[in-house]
Ligand binder design. Structure first.
Ligand code: CMC
Length: 433
């Protein structure tokens, strides 16, 4: 892997009312140009204003690369299409975290660590009983990931050799156990212990669907579909949850606490929660008989959003959506099933992609548009969809946290342009109108 930082691209000149400031231009591996404004305030008193950071490179990062115009996604330089076809989730996780595909020895050693740490402390298992059955699995997941900080105090400080890898293995392994337990809690079913004989994806499906008196034996196509789903969700550069993990981690917060914050950021319907919103939207069309055209007209009148469409960075087809669009029908066919929602989704996509509203705004399907089709084929309940996204995203969050930690980054601290009231005096309550 090329390990170079950004290259120098000369200087940019910024003409301010009373002063000209020279700012360095930096160029990334894929020829992305940026103006480094780190010293701008010190030299001129000005800051940059970019609400929501949409035009701001908050970091130099070596983890994943997106070309939103061309619809390209690569993890550590490797195209997502190749990983989807040839890799496994755990191999991809190690690629993201360490920068290179693992050797056979490292992979085997890491898998052993996943087995060693697949259980959660009995005290944590009891915590699940405290949640109401109506509790949302994402709320339970974020609470319990943070609770791991209480039960894994030996890996909170990263100074000792091997501590980071141990903490990373625990998180990747235990999130599966916690996620399945969150589902079982919300459906009033007994929690299953992990089975050390089972590989990562199969073990998760076992904890989700086995009963104390009957082991669940998943179809191999379902296991492979789960692995594919997790690989496609494993990282996506500086999205809302990754940026949150980095922000929290930059304060020195431990890996568990930082990733728990990532789960909360992921929950929203504009981010990971969109996979639930898509299925609910498709289900509404199916159940109510609303025509697709009617929905599109409502979307165009801005009465609702079309979930699973549009993206902050992709102005082209999301490559993950391409893979899922092809794969979901194949899995359904192999299982001998049909899904009416898939037909609705395809028709919706076809109409949108030839409609000027969507064309002129570069709105294409994103990863969430077809991911629910795979999850439905696996029998995953809808309220678990964003939890599934979180299991997949965990290696990415860990890699992002590690980058902050390894670079000994300064605490993340954006500035603001204050637009509130100017200086005024406190008024005692009895004098207020
Ligand atoms: N349906 C209808 N109109 C849309 C949509 C949509 N899904 N997305 C964007 N637009 C319109 C928006 O109303 C605006 O129109 P106008 O120019 O007339 O004001 C224009 O397109 C630009 O939209 P924007 O809000 O500036 O776009 P954004 O880049 O800020 O938002 C987004 C990105 C993903 C939040 C948005 O596209 C959206 O809400 N999509 C639906 C939710 C979704 O699928 N989220 C998953 C994202 S991918 C996975 C992940 O990151 O977790």
């Amino acid at each position: 892997m090329t390990n170079q930082g950004a290259q120098s691209g000369g200087m940019a000149r910024l003409q301010l009312p009373n002063k000209e400031v020279e700012l360095p231009i930096v160029i990334g591996t894929e020829d992305e140009h940026a103006i480094d404004v780190t010293k701008l305030r010190g030299e001129s008193g000005y800051i940059t204003l970019d609400e929501g950071y949409r035009n701001t490179g908050s970091v130099e990062s070596k983890i994943s690369f997106i070309d939103g115009e061309k619809g390209i996604l690569r993890y550590r330089g490797i195209p997502i299409e190749q990983l989807a076809e040839h890799s496994t989730f755990i191999e991809t996780a190690l690629l993201l975290i360490y920068g290179d595909l693992p050797t056979a020895d490292h992979l085997a050693q890491f898998r052993d660590m996943l087995i060693e740490h697949e259980n959660i402390h009995e005290g944590m298992r009891h915590c699940f009983q405290g949640f109401p059955p109506t509790g949302h699995p994402m709320a339970i997941l974020s609470s319990m990931i943070n609770t791991l900080s209480c039960y894994n105090t030996d890996v909170l400080r990263m100074e000792e050799e091997g501590t980071f890898e141990n903490a990373a293995a625990r998180l990747i392994s235990k999130i599966r156990t916690v996620a399945a337990a969150a589902y079982r809690t919300s459906s009033g079913m007994p929690l299953m212990y992990p089975d050390p004989k089972l590989a990562y994806c199969k073990n998760f499906l076992h904890m989700m669907f086995s009963l104390p008196n009957r082991a669940y034996e998943p179809d191999p196509d379902i296991v492979r579909a789960l692995s594919l789903f997790l690989i496609l969700h494993a990282d996506h550069e500086q999205n809302c949850s990754a940026a949150t993990v980095r922000m929290v981690g930059s304060s020195g917060a431990n890996l568990f606490a930082s990733c728990a914050a990532g789960v909360c950021a992921l929950w929203g319907p504009l981010h990971g929660g969109a996979n639930v919103a898509v299925i609910e939207q498709l289900q509404r069309i199916h159940a109510s008989g609303t025509s697709i055209k009617e929905l599109i007209e409502r979307v165009k009148r801005k009465e609702e959003r079309l979930f699973g469409f549009g993206h902050g960075v992709y102005k082209n087809y999301d490559p993950r959506a391409h893979i899922l669009r092809d794969h979901a029908p194949k899995v359904l066919a192999k299982l001998g099933r049909q899904d009416p929602l898939l037909d609705i989704a395809r028709e919706l996509e076809e109409i949108c992609l030839s409609d000027d509203y969507f064309i002129s705004r570069n709105l294409y399907p994103n990863v969430d548009f077809y991911s629910g089709m795979l999850l439905r084929a696996m029998g995953i309940p809808v309220n678990m969809y964003t939890v599934m996204f979180a299991i997949g995203r965990m290696p990415g969050w860990i890699a992002q946290w590690k980058e902050v930690h390894d670079n000994q980054s300064r605490i993340y601290r954006p500035r603001q342009v204050y637009t509130g009231p100017p200086l005024r005096d406190y008024v005692p309550v009895e004098q207020r109108a």
